[in-house]
Design a protein around this ligand. Structure first.
Ligand code: ATP
Ligand code: MG
Ligand code: MG
Ligand code: MG
Length: 469
């Protein structure tokens, strides 16, 4: 007898046949005549109900065998129509095998009595290794999977090539100094140079290296040969900020396209985001419904709204005018030339326009060196996509394709040319206009799941002082 997944069984219309499922017990309840065991195998949100009659399975025996919350089991039995509400089928158990029990006293996810609060998301963060067993994290992880797949499907069907960019780099793409150093030098006695600083020329690569903060620069290199490319990989930032939107290790999706300008880039970003949200609505209905009911009653309507409405497009300068005349008091005042904080971004999206916003043409001084300078010499062809509940979800730009202007910008921003000689070659030989952006994968998952904290949408969150791992 071959094992069937719970989701396949729940959809099955072929009844009164012998089936075998393997999974984990979520609950066991009942009386001395009959016990109901709900079994989840991870294949989807819903569990299947197993009915165990007392003649074959006395309650005492189930208890003694450890058929309780958290136990890994195999159930063989007959698939029959269910009288219970909310389910069409159930299994009439004939044989229950226990692979591994979970001691009900010490199991951290044991069901708590009705008068006690369930385990909180904060508590669950401390046991990231057990979180996937909860309804919430099961849903989040399946949605993460679906979104990864949708990303690749979107780009593949639009003629993009998936490029693997390196994790270890010798440059700081963003110039924000948020890098984690990679070194094999001794902690206690590193070699020193004449100036008394650590001598990285004696390190593994013969220079100082870091974990990548973005795959963009290498993505640009690939776009200058393959035309339409994207990367989708882990990135690392030593963020000091302890916010609900920043992680030290997160995944980024970065398309880069030759012969694209800022308009094309905005069109791509909007179409891409809408198609990802549409994919989630189509492929994750059970998980989304649960998250909607459990955490955020407006989740589904917000997702549908994004799919059905055009994003608002305006310049940074126009946005600053709106923010300056806003009645709302901000913690940080806004003035032309300052970077927008999440409170400003969310005001524009949630209060003013009440829809996603794309802001463009930011002052050059608050953006990275590689963005194309506007004719006015003060702003660059940047774009940030702002989403409700999130603020910035995408940062992108048309890139500076003129060698001299790029070198000038690097000097102004103190980006050493010797670190990026290979990057400058793309402007020396066959330089072409091009544009791209970075979508923070976890911010996308935050939006789609409606979760409030970015630490709850990645399996193993890394953040300042997260010393649990
Ligand atoms: P923020 O202003 O929120 O710090 P950023 O402007 O520094 O973001 P970019 O360099 O533009 O970020 O990176 C592109 C995208 O990567 C962002 O729009 C965001 O979605 C995501 N991102 C950036 N930093 C983080 C982080 N620390 N954790 C999770 N996602 C991030
Ligand atoms: Mg940042
Ligand atoms: Mg930003
Ligand atoms: Mg940004």
């Amino acid at each position: 007898l071959r094992r069937t997944s719970v989701q396949d069984l729940l959809r099955s219309t072929e009844l009164d046949r012998e089936v075998l499922v393997k999974g984990w017990v979520r609950t066991r309840r009942g009386n001395k005549y009959v016990q109901f065991i709900s079994v989840n195998d991870g294949s989807g949100f819903n569990s299947i109900q197993v009915v165990a009659n007392a003649e074959l399975f006395p309650e005492e025996k189930l208890k003694a065998d450890g058929v309780d919350n958290g136990a890994a089991v195999a159930v063989r039995g007959k698939l029959v129509a269910s009288q219970g509400k909310g389910q069409s089928v159930e299994i009439q158990a004939e044989e229950i095998t226990v692979y591994g029990t979970a001691d009900q006293e010490s199991y951290p996810l044991q069901k708590r009595p009705k008068d006690q609060k369930g385990i909180s998301l904060e508590e669950l963060r401390k046991i990231a290794h057990l979180r996937p067993r909860t309804n919430t994290f099961g849903a989040v992880l399946r949605i993460r999977h679906a979104m990864s797949f949708a990303v690749h499907q979107y780009f593949n069907s639009h003629g993009y090539f998936y490029i693997h960019t390196p994790i270890i780099t010798g440059s700081d793409a963003e110039g924000a100094g948020q890098m984690f150093r990679v070194t094999t030098l001794s902690d206690t006695k590193p070699p020193l140079n004449e100036a008394g600083a650590v001598d990285y020329s004696q390190d593994f690569f013969g220079k100082a290296t870091n974990l990548t903060v973005s795959g963009q620069l290498e993505g640009e290199v690939a776009a200058m040969a393959l035309g339409k490319v994207y990367t989708f990989g882990p990135t690392f930032r030593a963020e000091n900020s302890n916010t609900a939107r920043h992680l030290a290790e997160f995944w980024m999706i970065e398309p880069e396209v030759a012969f694209f300008d800022l308009q094309d880039n905005m069109d791509l970003a909007e179409d891409f985001l809408k198609s990802l949200v549409r994919y989630a609505l189509e492929h994750c209905p059970d998980d989304l419904q649960f998250l909607n009911d459990q955490y955020d009653k407006e989740l589904l309507s917000r997702l549908k709204f994004v799919v059905d409405n055009d994003f608002q497009r305006l310049t940074y300068t126009e946005a600053v005018e709106i923010l300056k005349s806003a009645k709302q008091k901000f913690e940080f005042p806004v003035d032309w030339g300052t970077d927008l904080q999440s409170e400003h971004e969310r005001y524009l999206v949630e209060k003013h326009f009440k829809k996603p916003v794309i802001l463009t043409n930011y002052p050059k001084d608050i953006k990275a060196f590689y963005m194309k300078l506007d004719e006015d010499g003060r702003t660059v062809r940047a774009m940030d996509v702002l989403f409700p509940g999130i603020g910035e979800i995408i940062g992108g730009s048309q890139r500076e394709d003129d060698l001299q202007k790029l070198q000038q910008r690097m000097q102004e921003m103190h980006v050493p040319e010797e670190d990026l000689w290979w990057y400058l070659d793309t402007r020396r030989f066959g330089s072409a206009p091009h544009a791209g952006f970075g979508l923070g994968f976890e911010r996308l998952i935050l939006f789609i799941t409606g979760m409030a904290n970015i630490r709850d949408v990645i399996p193993f969150p890394r953040f300042p002082k997260s010393a649990e791992f």
